[in-house]
Ligand binder design. Structure first.
Ligand code: ZN
Length: 240
């Protein structure tokens, strides 16, 4: 933990997931003076109809960096191949080490039943690595945490299979969120190519719908971890 300054770490499976689902909340944390770290689990290397894997991965890293820079967040580029993240000993150790590197008070990850296997499996892997971040006998590059961080799950794509229990009002930071997502030019193109959908439009509809549920203009929805030891300290969220 950073003394006196809240530290927030969000894991996204792909470059653009964090901007889409939690960009407004991360922008609020940044405005509060929190240390914000965005960790991207895969490198997005299949996200192009035209560029080879290494080239599109580098494009996507630059886009993620530009988005993180908009709110002064640190970017941790973990670098697994897109579509091929698996939850195993190696990946668990890697995610433990990323959490130790960022020293978070609060961690965010995908819900464990989202539409994409990289989303669901990385959500499970982050959830399951959380407690071990504070276990000294599990040795990784960075030092063990002094305290197990809080953990919250963020929304799924289109909100399917996800019922939020708490909402963050992002009405004020929605324009920043939109700008962050717009940094992902190549992903916007890819979503048009493969799904015939507009990424910004999807995000705006979902953010407005969660806002409707929350009685706000724009909102993002979250769930706490329900397993023991329960991570449900809502005071760690930028509420109110
Ligand atoms: Zn994704």
């Amino acid at each position: 933990m950073t003394q006196g300054r809240l530290s927030v770490l969000a894991f996204g499976a792909h470059p653009d997931d964090l901007e889409f689902q939690i960009g407004g909340t991360l922008a609020r944390y940044a405005q509060m003076g929190a240390r914000v770290t965005m960790a991207v689990v895969t490198n997005g290397d299949v996200g192009s109809s035209t560029l080879p894997m290494e080239e599109i991965a580098e494009v996507r890293r630059q886009e993620a960096l530009a988005a993180a820079n908009l709110i002064g967040a640190d970017l941790i580029w973990i670098g697994y191949h897109d579509e091929f993240f698996f939850h195993n000993e190696e990946s668990r150790r890697r995610l433990i080490d990323v959490m130790r590197q960022a020293e978070p008070d609060v961690v965010f990850c995908h819900w464990t039943d989202d539409y994409h296997p990289d989303h669901s499996l990385s959500g499970q892997a982050v959830r399951d690595a959380r407690i071990m971040t504070a276990v000294p006998n599990i040795v990784t590059e960075h030092s063990p945490l002094s305290r197990i961080p809080e953990l919250f799950f963020y929304d799924t794509l289109a909100g399917i299979n996800f019922s939020p229990e708490v909402y963050v009002d992002i009405s004020d930071t929605f324009p920043i969120k939109k700008d962050m997502l717009a940094c992902h030019v190549s992903q916007n193109q890819w979503i048009r190519d493969i799904f015939q959908a507009d990424l910004t439009d999807l995000m705006e509809v979902q953010t407005r719908f969660r806002g409707l549920q929350a009685g706000k203009r724009h909102a993002e929805g979250f769930r706490a971890l329900e397993t023991w030891p329960r991570a449900a300290d809502f005071s760690k969220l930028p509420l109110g």
